[in-house]
Design a protein around this ligand. Sequence first.
Ligand SMILES: *Cc1c(COP(=O)(O)O)cnc(C)c1O
Length: 359
Amino acid sequence: MRYILLNPGPVSLSEGVRKAAVSSDLCHREPEYFQLQERVRLGLLDVYDCDPDEWTAVLLGGSGTTALEAMLSSLLPRDSSLLVIENGVYGERISRIAQIHGIDYQAVKHEWIGAIDSERVEAALAGRAFTHVAAVHHETTTGRLNDVNKLAELCERHGAGLMLDAVSSFGAEAIPFDSNALMGCAATANKCLHGIPGLCFAVCRISALEKAAEPPRTLYMHLPLWREKQDSQTTPFTPSVNGVLALDKALDELAGQGGWRARHARYTQLAGEVGRALSRHGVEPLLSPGESSCVLHAYLLPDGKSYDRIHDELKQRGFIIYAGQGSLVAEMFRISTMGDIGHYDMERLLAALHAVFSR
Ligand SMILES: *Cc1c(COP(=O)(O)O)cnc(C)c1O
C-alpha cells in the first residue's frame, strides 16, 4: 500500500524526486558531482532570494538536528553568550545542544502551548549582554509559528545575532533574511523542500561564518570546514550524493510550482480543508486561528477516542498521522500537509477522516 505521510517529515515524495534520488551513480570526487553540489547550494539561496555575496548555503549529511547542532556549535564564537527561547521540544533541544558543547547559555522557558513572551525576552536581553539568541521558527511540538520578526527586531535593538531552527519552516514560511540580526538558519531536505532524508543544510551569513568558533568544537559539524571545501569544489567527507540528487530535483519542482509563497498557499489550503473536515466532527485545533504554521496543525483528541485507534484506522486507509509529544501525548494529535499530496489524495483523506471520526 502507498501511504500518504501526514507526519512532519519525511514527506511523501513526488515521482520526479523519487526517481532523481536513484537516477545515477556519482562519485563525489568528480566534476559532475561538484556541479550538482554548487547548483543545489545556489538553489537553496534562491528559495529566499538571498544574496550570494552575503549568504552561503552549506550542505552536510545528517538529519535536521545535525544542521542545528552544526550551526550552533560553529557560529557561536568561544567567548559568546547565548539566550535560548524555549516553547516546545525543539527549543529545549537547542538548550541541550548548548549544554553539551559547554556554551555559556541561559533559557527563557515557556509552557509548550504558549506563545513567546517578547517582554520576558526583552527583559533577559536588557539584563545581560547576550551575543546571540537562538529560537525555533515553527515549533513542531504544537504547530506554533513563533514570531521571529519580533525576535529579529529585539536582537537588532540589543545588538545580538539571531540563529533559527527553521527545520520545519524553510521553504514554506517567511524567514527574516533582510534583518541584520539574522546570522543563520538550520534546515533539512526532507520537510518543506520535499527531498529525501539524510541531507541537511544551514544558510549562514558569510560574516558570521568568518567569526566562527576557533578552535572548532567538533570535527564533522564544523561549518567553516564544509564551506571552505564546498566553495573550492570539493567536499570534506562523503556527502549524501543521493540526497543531493533528490534535493536538486525538489528545488526545481519548488521553483516550477511558484516558490515558497505558492507552497505556503498550498499548505494553508490543505490544512484548512483538513481543519474544516475535523471541525464537522467536533474535533478542535489546539491553537487559536492564526497561531499555527501552514505546515502542521495540532488537534485535541475528542472524548472517547484514543490516538492509537485514530492512527490505526487512518493507517488502514493509507494515511499516517502523528502523535503528540511528551506531556501532550494523551491530549492531541498532529497532521502535517507537507509533501506531494495531490487532489485525489486529498479527496481520499477527507473521506477517511469522515469515516474514522463519525464512528
Ligand atoms: C524535524 C525537526 C527537527 C529535526 O529533527 P530530525 O529528526 O533531526 O530531522 C528540528 N527542529 C524542528 C522544529 C523540527 O520540526
